[in-house]
Design a protein around this ligand. Structure first.
Ligand SMILES: Nc1ncnc2c1ncn2[C@@H]1O[C@H](COP(=O)(O)OP(=O)(O)OP(=O)(O)O)[C@@H](O)[C@H]1O
Ligand SMILES: [Mg+2]
Length: 336
């Protein structure tokens, strides 16, 4: 796969419209550019975005580097709005964004270096896998040979080569998403934005899909949004947590875990005390065994209960602690 990509670099432009991007560069040239300033990062400064009177993004400032970046947040947090804004599909009202050095206002240039897989993407169900990739290539103005080469390479990469003749309507949810990624990568973008791609996938497909994104992120900026904390834990080093249009937290996964150090406890209690515990604490897990339940909870101080033990925080605990510390309504804890 890499060899073919390398070859594609050497054959020159990936499209007949002279779109900017890595296509005109040999890999070693691209690597040199990586070290030069803004080329491989997204800079977001004080961005505000409204839908009518509703403020969906408030003073968002973030720097996103090459690799996997995770955007975590509840329903309505503003993840899709931010991603669409970064893909130049939505306009912000104030603030600045540059993608690999290009101001977001240059929408055509931004789209030429960005692949975007929307949360609710649709495909033509009666097209085959190959046809749907080819069709997109035609729309992007790629010539026939390049379309075939890129499609072939990407179908192998997303593990759909054996299904190229299958109709889209016959694909599983995971296969559809992998085809969506192939479509989003067809023009070899520098930035890949995927909005909640793992929702509704079975565990095996989710893991396979996450691994695919990680591979893609070796050479690109990949932004992944999710409310499945496990996706972030498994794949992302840098993350941001959004809530109600704000960035609540940004940094590394290990930094987030560090913040929750000393705030997570387990306790074995009789079932009859469970309701009270759930009222008093944020419960992140429960293991019921006969009349006893082992409860995992978040607390600023060690609970004054016999047998309470400090536990190593996991990312789910740390996420809940972050929401709690920022005053978010957690509705009496989360049952696990
Ligand atoms: N087209 C729109 N018009 C008006 N309000 C909108 C529009 N799109 C989103 N919103 C509102 O903006 C806020 C952020 O929505 P957004 O879809 O960005 O959140 P999200 O984090 O992607 O949520 P989810 O996890 O449910 O996908 C929400 O309050 C939502 O109701
Ligand atoms: Mg969304």
């Amino acid at each position: 796969m890499i060899a073919l990509e390398d070859q594609l670099f050497k054959t020159g432009s990936h499209n007949d419209k002279g779109m900017p991007g890595a296509e005109n560069q040999r890999p070693e040239v691209a690597a040199q550019k990586e070290t030069s300033g803004n080329r491989q990062k997204i800079e977001i400064k004080k961005v505000n975005k409204y839908y009518g009177k509703k403020q969906a993004l408030t003073d968002i400032s973030l720097t996103i580097h090459q690799g996997m970046f995770g955007l975590l947040g509840r329903n309505g947090a503003g993840k899709t709005t931010l991603m669409k804004t970064l893909a130049a599909l939505h306009k912000k009202q104030s603030g600045t964004i540059t993608v690999c050095g290009i101001p977001i206002e240059q929408a055509k240039e931004i789209r030429a270096i960005t692949g975007y897989l929307p949360q609710d993407f649709s495909m033509y169900p009666s097209m085959t896998v190959s046809e749907s990739l080819d069709y997109l290539g035609v729309l992007s103005g790629m010539d026939g040979r390049l379309r075939r080469e890129r499609a072939e390479m990407l179908l192998k990469r997303v593990n759909l080569a054996e299904h190229r003749g299958k109709k889209v309507r016959a694909l599983s949810g995971g296969m559809k998403r992998r085809l969506g990624i192939a479509q989003a990568l067809l023009h070899d973008p520098k930035v890949l934005i995927v909005d909640e791609p793992t929702a509704g996938l079975d565990p095996e497909e989710r893991i396979r899909f996450r691994n695919l994104l990680c591979e893609v992120a070796e050479e690109r900026i990949v932004i992944l949004s999710t409310h499945i904390v496990g996706d972030i834990e498994a794949t992302c080093e840098d993350i941001a947590i959004m809530n109600d249009g704000h960035i609540l937290w940004k940094g590394t996964v290990s930094g987030l875990l560090g913040d929750a150090e000393g705030k997570v406890f387990t306790i074995n209690i009789n079932k009859k005390f469970l309701a009270q515990i759930k009222k008093d604490y944020i419960v992140t897990g429960m293991l019921v065994q006969n009349e006893f339940t082992t409860v995992r909870l978040i607390s600023e101080e060690k609970p004054e209960m016999i047998g309470a033990q400090e536990a190593e925080p996991n990312v789910e605990d740390a996420y809940m602690y972050c929401l709690y510390r920022n005053g978010c309504d957690l509705g009496g804890g989360v049952e696990g």
